[in-house]
Design a protein around this ligand. Structure first.
Ligand code: NDP
Ligand code: OXD
Length: 312
């Protein structure tokens, strides 16, 4: 039996679709009449502290989120495999966000918008895409998809991961020791890392100060579409104010919703979206998670399981 525990999401819709896809396998929601000992899978988003109570025969936890930082921090997460969401539609949506913001900054949107407001005719030609280096932190499912789509637009690409990678048309860097070299040639820094103890706070003033200067008018740029815990917002405000950063696009925040008194809201060179870079699509999500359950029940191994020791 599959139990749904989705908070802030249209759980009824997911339940209806999953029940159709998995029939005759039983799908239940909290509040339905069922024996917790018969639950073999639980599908979660923002699970409550008692979400796993009584689930003594659980085979796997299925995470609607691609990022599992909050789930791994759940105080009562059972010791069973965690399967995270990996999906072409999700990757496409994330790359849509990344491409939109990278191209906007590459074409010096902040400068020309300010000129327009001031009725100022001031010609300045942005560098060609090939002369602009986008550095992607995190070369996993989302980072590699973004790299492929940015590469098709002609940008020069580099990427940073924990373990070495070889990816066509991307100069790759791995590990702490190569972080400085990676940053020193990056004009637009895109963050697609998971949030772990190693990556928390990585978008800080020291990181910004090490980015390449002189290529993009106004200064280097950051684009964070991963987790708010990666960024130190006081450092972003300082760097956007003193020219260490030319601009920032932020989809995620230390506290969400972003408090109305945050200074980020009013900065002309800060572009805020409310954690909407990519959403898990019901249609493809139902296809993915019903396949995970069906395959596992047929004896196949689980896919896209989280390595708890790495934290992602
Ligand atoms: P993956 O697990 O596929 O990729 C993670 C990448 O980060 C890997 O390349 C990994 O390196 C690298 N990495 C991990 N730790 C480190 C480290 N300490 N130093 C350097 N590199 C590191 O994740 P996804 O691409 O699927 O997702 C990335 C994140 O995007 C999610 O964790 C989630 O937080 C966020 N997200 C945000 C959304 C939004 O709407 N804003 C939507 C969906 C996801 P290696 O390859 O060596 O393992
Ligand atoms: C995710 C998210 O991790 O929506 O999937 O942030």
């Amino acid at each position: 039996m599959l139990l749904l525990h989705l908070t802030d999401i249209d759980e009824a819709r997911w339940a209806e679709r999953l029940a159709e896809a998995l029939a005759p396998y039983r799908v239940v929601r909290r509040g339905d009449d069922f024996d917790p000992a018969e639950i073999h899978y639980i599908f979660v988003w923002k699970p409550a502290p008692d979400a796993f109570e009584g689930l003594v025969n659980l085979k796997a936890v299925l995470s609607l989120g691609a990022g599992v930082d909050a789930l791994l921090a759940h105080p009562n997460l059972p010791d069973v495999p965690v399967v995270r969401f990996v999906d072409d539609d999700l990757s496409q949506r994330m790359s849509d966000y990344v491409v939109a913001h990278v191209t906007m900054h590459h074409r010096l949107y902040t400068r020309f918008r300010a000129d327009q407001k001031a009725h100022r005719w001031s010609q300045l030609y942005p560098p060609a895409a090939a002369q602009t280096t986008v550095g992607i932190m995190g070369l996993g499912v989302l980072g590699q998809d973004a790299a492929r789509r940015l590469g098709a637009l002609g940008f020069t690409l580099r990427g940073w991961s924990r373990t070495p990678k070889s990816i066509d048309n991307v100069e790759t860097f791995a590990g702490e020791d190569s972080f400085d070299a990676f940053l020193s040639g990056t004009d637009i820094l895109v963050n697609l890392l998971p949030l772990t103890s190693e990556t928390r706070g990585i978008l800080n003033y020291d990181t910004f100060a090490r980015l390449r200067r002189g290529r993009l008018d106004g200064g280097p740029v950051i684009v964070n579409a991963a987790r708010g815990g990666h960024q130190k917002e006081a450092d972003i405000v300082k760097a956007l104010g003193d020219g260490t950063l030319g601009a920032a696009s932020l989809d995620v925040f230390e506290v969400e919703p972003l408090p109305s008194e945050s200074p980020l809201w009013d900065l002309e060179n800060c572009y805020i979206t409310p954690h909407i870079a990519a959403i898990s699509n019901t249609q493809t999500g139902v296809a993915y998670f019903s396949r995970v359950i069906r395959d596992h029940e047929a004896g196949k191994p689980l896919i896209n399981t989280v390595d708890r020791s790495r934290g992602y």
